[in-house]
Design a protein around this ligand. Structure first.
Ligand code: PXG
Length: 290
């Protein structure tokens, strides 16, 4: 049996329901996180809750719980579902309102937490690497809906995903309105060239990825220079290695972009090294589920 936390109560999965008048449903008006548990511990819990509350703040959504309470809710939901390895989805929606945009007419935000299994890319994709393409759908302008907000409205990314799937590949590279690289639909991007590592900065139109921050830190510990800045498709096409990072995918290699082979077309040594470091970290650190 699986249980979902909704505003202070655990409901069996089948009975975990929210109102159709919740603005999260009506307008995608809310924020969420995707968190992993490994080996009985929640990985980077504080960072995820901080980002959740930052997203909420930017959309002027006042959570009905504190950060500390949110952390407790997440741990409790894992515990209730006997999660050791799994995927956790906390959500804060604007709450029930009427049929009109005005969020100030929603009386109280709603807090939800789901903890379940995770669906992953197949093992072959980690061994052989992904072939990806650039899609026509750009990441939103920072001034419209800042991509750093992890909002319940993922249509920008879903449209890009549709383009990728229609073209027969699994992931899409999204550019920002200036034509520089932002990120993929649910993952951040890294490249390596001549022993240095590059990633698009958070101002490039990407989510401030928690996995990306961890991987950058691991790379620096290994002595690599990691440069966060402007990345173009040219940079990716001519790189030695490329990989994506995200809570769901962890680290996944990319071997071609837009039919241009990256490096020698094989999964590279820097990726392999950092993946080992990452796996060790996820298995040995985190907030215990007790
Ligand atoms: N960019 C976007 C747009 C994302 O949604 C990332 C980058 C990677 O960020 P983190 O902090 O996870 O390293 C994300 C995260 C899912 C799923 O259900 C998606 C994410 C995380 C967990 C699950 O597809 N995306």
């Amino acid at each position: 049996m699986s249980y979902v936390y909704i505003d202070g109560t655990f409901y069996e999965k089948e009975n975990a329901k929210v109102s159709v008048f919740d603005h999260g449903f009506l307008y995608g008006d809310g924020v969420f996180e995707g968190i992993r548990a490994y080996n009985g511990m929640v990985f980077r819990l504080t960072e995820h809750v901080d980002r959740l509350f930052d997203s909420a703040k930017v959309i002027a959504l006042v959570p009905s719980v504190s950060k500390k309470e949110m952390e407790e809710i997440i741990i409790k939901t894992c515990h209730k579902n006997s999660i050791r390895d799994g995927y956790i989805r906390p959500i804060i929606s604007r709450g029930v309102g009427d049929l009109g945009l005005n969020p100030y007419l929603c009386k109280k935000s709603s807090v939800i937490c789901i903890a379940d299994k995770i669906s992953l890319y197949p093992k072959e994709d980690y061994e052989n690497g992904l072939k990806i393409i650039t899609v026509a759908t750009h990441r939103n302008y920072n001034e419209s809906l800042n991509p750093r907000v992890k909002s319940l409205n993922y249509l920008n990314n879903i449209l890009a995903k549709i383009e990728a799937v229609q073209a027969g590949v699994k992931e899409a590279l999204m550019l920002n309105p200036l034509g520089y690289v932002a990120e993929c639909t649910g993952d951040n991007l890294f490249i390596a060239r001549k022993g240095k590592i590059y990633m698009p900065s958070v101002h490039s139109g990407s989510l401030d990825g928690i996995t990306a921050a961890v991987v950058a830190e691991l790379a620096r510990k290994r002595g690599f220079e990691v440069i966060s800045g402007t990345v173009s498709r040219f940079d990716i096409w001519t790189s030695d290695e490329c990989w994506l990072t995200g809570t769901a995918a962890e680290m996944i290699p990319v071997i071609s972009l837009d039919s241009r082979q990256i490096g020698d077309g094989k999964v590279g040594p820097i990726y392999r090294q950092l993946l080992m470091d990452f796996r060790y970290l996820t298995e040995t650190t985190g907030t215990p589920i007790v």
